[in-house]
Design a protein around this ligand. Structure first.
Ligand code: ATP
Length: 324
């Protein structure tokens, strides 16, 4: 393999820059010419592909976002778009591609590889932690740290006023961010997409807390929760339980930003390093991931089709026990 390009696509996640840096420097270390594609698959179509040297990734390890930018590119979903992208890769003589993103990014990469034989390796970059083949996705740890920092601040004001806060966190259909942040912030309850919790059960729990002199309560609602978002749940709870003054906070996109945690910097570095080594070893259509503190390859097909319940059972049990 002589020329490798790297791109970030879909939603951005903290730690992507660490992965880009590792990809570029690992390739250069092995004498490979490295390229950065701007704005995800959009840059393949517009031929926005730039050579990268070791210095082009200096001082980015600590930055959130992605220096290569990211985009959602509808054209890449069409046969014509894929053909244009391939022509541009050929023009630049690129024979290997590292894509950093989520399931949409991998779906596009798999199709591209199957149609044109381009060698691709995926790095799971999403705060949602919703991919099979990696215990943790890039950005997930930083997002949880950001969430608990925000909740700690909300807790101060909740406690001062005897308030009940409903805090909605990101994660799409995954409750991973919600579950971990509920443990780390000592939330009174957490509503997850993976588990049915009736509003009545929630009210009972809050009432018990009030009866045992809890001065404030925090309820974390995962955005993918099936019975509604934080506003809906808060409204329904308030209809029958008005012990506390009720407030709602949607944390939103602040969860996607910020300087990556040490965990995400190290994970991004490991995954970037492993992705280039996999291409050198002749691998393709594989995702590099962290499994039990080892870097492992999973086929992109499996990463996209398999489903796993990622919530740790002990954490699920602890949310009930530790919040009494
Ligand atoms: P996140 O999980 O953070 O949203 P993602 O990678 O799933 O990240 P998407 O917007 O779903 O984000 O996908 C990123 C890009 O991948 C799309 O904008 C598109 O260019 C490409 N893509 C997605 N699905 C396909 C497909 N079926 N065929 C070709 N390309 C695709």
């Amino acid at each position: 393999i002589k020329n490798i390009a790297v791109l970030t696509s879909g939603g951005d996640a903290p730690g992507m820059n660490a992965a880009i840096r590792a990809v570029v420097r690992t390739g250069i270390y092995h004498g490979i010419n490295m390229f950065g594609v701007m704005q995800g698959y959009q840059g393949l179509i517009t031929d926005n592909i730039k050579p990268m040297d070791a210095r082009s990734v200096s001082n980015i390890l600590h930055l959130g976002g992605t220096i290569l930018k990211t985009a959602r590119c509808l054209e890449f979903k069409t046969d014509e778009g894929q053909q244009i992208a391939y022509n541009n890769l050929k023009k630049n003589d690129i024979d290997g591609l590292v894509v950093i993103g989520g399931d949409g990014t991998f779906t596009g990469a798999k199709r591209f590889s199957e149609t044109f034989g381009v060698k691709v390796i995926g790095i799971p970059g999403t705060i949602d932690n919703d991919l099979v083949g990696s215990d943790f996705t890039l950005g997930y740890d930083t997002a949880i740290n950001t969430v608990i920092e925000a909740i700690d601040k909300i807790r101060d004001t909740a406690d001062a006023h005897d308030r009940l806060f409903f805090i909605e966190v990101m994660g799409r259909d995954s409750g991973c961010i919600a579950l971990r942040s509920s443990i780390a912030s000592g939330a009174e309850a957490v509503l997850l997409p993976e588990k049915e919790t009736s509003v009545n059960e929630l009210i009972e729990k809050l009432a018990l807390g009030a009866a045992t002199k809890k001065s404030s309560s925090i309820v974390i609602v995962a955005e993918g929760h099936k019975q509604g978002g934080a506003y809906d749940i808060a409204k329904r709870v308030k209809e029958t339980f008005d012990h506390y003054d009720t407030k709602v906070t949607i944390l939103g996109h602040l969860q996607r930003g910020g300087s990556p945690s040490s965990f995400d910097r190290i994970l991004g570095s490991r995954l970037g390093f492993a992705a280039v080594n996999a291409l050198i070893a002749g691998e393709t259509e594989q995702m590099v991931g962290l499994k039990g503190n080892e870097i492992k390859l999973t086929s992109i097909r499996e990463a996209l089709t398999a489903h796993s319940f990622k919530l740790e059972p002990d954490l699920m049990e602890m949310t009930e026990v530790l919040s009494i």
